[in-house]
Design a protein around this ligand. Structure first.
Ligand code: HEM
Ligand SMILES: CC(C)=CCC/C(C)=C/CC/C(C)=C/COP(=O)(O)OP(=O)(O)O
Length: 300
């Protein structure tokens, strides 16, 4: 067994702190959605060159998205330190200084943008950079402290990954990519408000105007349910438009029915535990729907 010196241990925990700043779990799903955009943009099985292009584009998007997350952690260190869920973040705890977080974000966004510009195409680079600005500046700095519709408007940034993926492979923005954008855009409010319902005290303490804080629990539950219904319709679009076949349709109906059932149950009979399960199901829903697009693309 090898024993680590205190220097090596220090380095490991430093790396872990920077890694945490990039919100790796959220970014994983973001990059997965971008990858599906790439997969659908290439008819049939990809060649080795296309696979390499997908890998490079995923890396570039991962880096820029990580930079956006790190910038968010820096700007919100005060808010994060007041919320139970986020008080552990290295920026909130003062383990990483403002300068370190800013440098980290600047390096990631620069390297990621350069990768996209040189090896993918300028359109993907600019769209990804606009997404960075949308989340890091418009959502985090302007919308989040301003209006309970913050996550609806800001959700446009989170919905961009399939568009970025499509642009990386085709060099344009096709209607198929916009349909995938619509799905994530409609998915974001029930995803976030389910969480905000059981974290309402955190948001109240932090002074953020999230919907359950400004409009209360009952109104937010109704919004979650209504959005799951519109999302159901949105998830049918890939089939209706002819991009996907019955395999996708079956999966989309099953996952979206599940989400509507959660939305309905939460609306009628609230508990924090059910809101937590609804939030967790939102992640299963989006991962499942996008995985179904992938399976459908290669099987039929
Ligand atoms: C404005 C849009 C969004 C907001 C406000 C939002 C908000 C949140 C929040 C507050 C959490 C933290 C949950 C926790 O710490 O317990 C979370 C988790 C998560 N979100 Fe979102 N989200 C948004 C968009 C997205 C998008 C577009 C994706 C992916 C495509 C995504 C994927 C995830 C994942 C995978 C987690 C779980 C992370 C974990 O387990 O640590 N979110 N989201
Ligand atoms: C370039 C590119 C593809 C960027 C993607 C943009 C991005 C990182 C979207 C993710 C959305 C997200 C992490 C929301 C968290 O909301 P929050 O900041 O309100 O959550 P918090 O309370 O956990 O900080």
């Amino acid at each position: 067994m090898t024993t680590l010196t205190s220097g090596e241990l220090g380095l490991r925990s430093r790396v872990a702190q920077y890694y945490a700043l990039a919100k790796p779990r959220v970014i994983q799903l973001i990059v997965f959605c971008a990858l599906i955009g790439m997969v659908l943009a290439v008819p049939g099985w990809p060649t080795a060159a296309e696979l390499l292009r997908m890998a490079i584009a995923c890396l570039g998007i991962w880096l820029v998205a990580g930079a956006a997350a790190a910038f968010n952690c820096l700007v919100e260190k005060g808010i994060d330190s007041r919320m139970k869920r986020t008080s552990w973040r290295p920026t909130a705890k003062g383990e990483l200084s403002d300068r370190q977080a800013l440098m980290f974000s600047a390096v990631l966004v620069s390297v990621g943008s350069l990768i996209l510009y040189i090896w993918i195409n300028p359109l993907t680079m600019w769209l990804t950079f606009a997404t960075f600005v949308g989340y890091a500046v418009i959502y985090t700095l302007v919308l989040k402290p301003l209006t309970p519709q913050n996550i609806v408007i800001g959700g446009a940034s989170g919905a961009m990954p399939p568009v970025l993926g499509w642009a990386a492979m085709r060099g344009d923005v096709g209607p198929e990519a916009l349909i995938l954008f619509l799905i994530i855009f409609l998915w974001t409010p029930p995803h976030f408000w389910a969480l905000a319902l059981y974290r309402v005290e955190d948001y109240r303490k932090a002074g953020l105007p999230m919907l359950p804080v400004t409009h209360g629990n009952v109104f937010t539950r109704l919004q979650v349910f209504l959005y799951t219904l519109i999302l159901f319709a949105g998830c049918l679009m890939p089939f209706v438009y002819g991009m996907s076949s019955w395999i996708y349709l079956v999966a989309a109906v099953v996952f979206s029915t599940g989400f509507c059932v959660y939305g309905f149950a939460l609306w009628r009979n609230y508990s924090d535990a059910l809101a937590r399960r609804t939030f967790r199901f939102s992640l299963i829903h989006l991962s499942g729907v996008f995985a179904a697009l992938l399976v459908d693309h290669y099987l039929l």
